[in-house]
Design a protein around this ligand. Structure first.
Ligand SMILES: [Fe+2]
Length: 371
């Protein structure tokens, strides 16, 4: 990690003895100086590349098939992903197909393939998903309209992840805000999860501190490389923990908000966050007090419940400062489907991880509050 770390791609190619490389890259990046610089370095070193750029948000199995065909025809021995979570997820899926064959559907679930995928070099260009260090990829089955989660220790983490804030300079401000909030929610929900432990706590507290103290400056100016690097680090730290601890009601609600109202993952999370944060407070006020401190609030002398409330206030303030819409109605949500969505949330069983037990009626009330 560091400013200019992408130049070490050549060292990585030598380590991997790679002369034929498959590159999955966000279409929006192809004409940027950042990507052109990497392509020039690879050309200089004699690495032959085949690129695939046609990657949509919530990428489909069809996209994976098409990308895989390019990788296979090129005879690539290593995969490079340059992009946000969708691009890195497609690259992971292509790597699985390259060594295991079959369709990506065959590998839905936990540890469903046996041969290690092709080595993956990941250069995230958003600070949000932590996909470069997480053990899963999410691919949409468009025939059944379902998201398939493919989880395997062999995906965790990428062979090499390069965190370079120069990669973030062309991110639009709203994407920086929404994906940055997704990273914050990963750290927050992982920290208060029932599956948390002392090690994930240590990592998540620092991730929240890094994100809370840098996200405003980063969203205001993506040329702020110090803020960008701190955001990339915070996002990756949370990416390390949340696969172990599970997430909570924010991600649960956001999953259906995103699907029903066609909103990005980051925005869906950010709108739901303050409401869920308030709801969950009573389950663990002590941890909320530490969240407040990590977010820079001077709470050491306060009674624990007051310190815990300061965390919710800090979260609300953060959302306001980043111009996150305050209500679901502001992002085009309609309340007619809330009953159905609340039932689906309860069935999704995030009670495994969410610190406060939540019923369908609770979810309905949370949707109403957020509306
Ligand atoms: Fe997320």
């Amino acid at each position: 990690m560091g400013v200019g770390a992408h130049e070490r791609i050549l060292e990585v190619m030598r380590q991997q003895a790679c002369d034929r490389l498959f590159v999955a890259v966000d279409a929006a990046l192809v004409d940027t100086p950042f990507y052109k610089g990497i392509a020039a370095l690879l050309a200089q070193a004699g690495v032959e590349i085949a690129t695939y750029t046609d990657i949509e948000p919530d990428p489909s199995a069809i996209t994976v098939e098409r990308a895989f065909a390019v990788c296979r025809d090129h005879g690539a021995s290593v995969i490079l992903a340059i992009g946000g979570g969708s691009t890195i997820d497609v690259a992971k899926a292509v790597g699985i197909l390259a060594t295991n064959g079959g369709r990506i559907h065959d590998y839905e679930g936990i540890e469903k393939f046996s041969i290690p995928p092709l080595p993956l070099i990941a250069i995230p260009t958003t600070a949000g998903t932590g996909s470069e260090v997480s053990g899963s990829c999410v691919i949409t089955d468009t025939e059944k309209n379902l998201k398939m989660s493919i989880r395997h220790a062999a995906l965790n983490p990428a062979t090499v992840a390069i965190l370079d804030p120069l990669a973030l300079r062309t991110v639009p401000a709203h994407v920086a805000a929404h994906s940055g909030m997704d990273a914050f929610v990963h750290a927050f929900e992982s920290y208060i999860s029932r599956g948390a432990n002392l090690m994930t706590d240590a990592i998540n507290l620092y991730a929240m501190e890094l994100i809370a103290s840098n996200i405003r400056q980063f969203v205001a100016n993506r040329e702020n490389l110090e803020a960008g690097l701190n955001m990339l680090c915070g996002s990756a730290l949370a990416g390390i923990t949340f696969g172990q601890t599970g997430l909570g009601n924010v991600h649960c609600m956001a999953r259906f908000v995103g699907a029903y109202f066609h909103l990005s993952h980051g925005l869906s999370n950010a709108v739901c966050l303050p409401h869920v944060a308030r709801f969950n407070l009573v389950a663990n006020p002590q941890k909320y007090a530490r969240v407040a401190a990590a977010m820079g609030r001077p709470v050491q002398q306060l009674p624990v419940l007051d310190a815990a409330s300061a965390a919710v206030e800090a979260i609300e303030r953060l959302c306001r400062d980043l111009s996150i819409p305050a209500r679901l109605r502001d992002v085009g949500a309609r309340h007619e489907t809330f009953d159905e969505m609340a039932t689906l949330c309860a069935q999704a069983n995030y009670n495994r991880w969410n610190p406060r037990h939540t019923t369908a009626a609770d979810f309905r009330a949370l949707f109403d509050q957020a509306y």
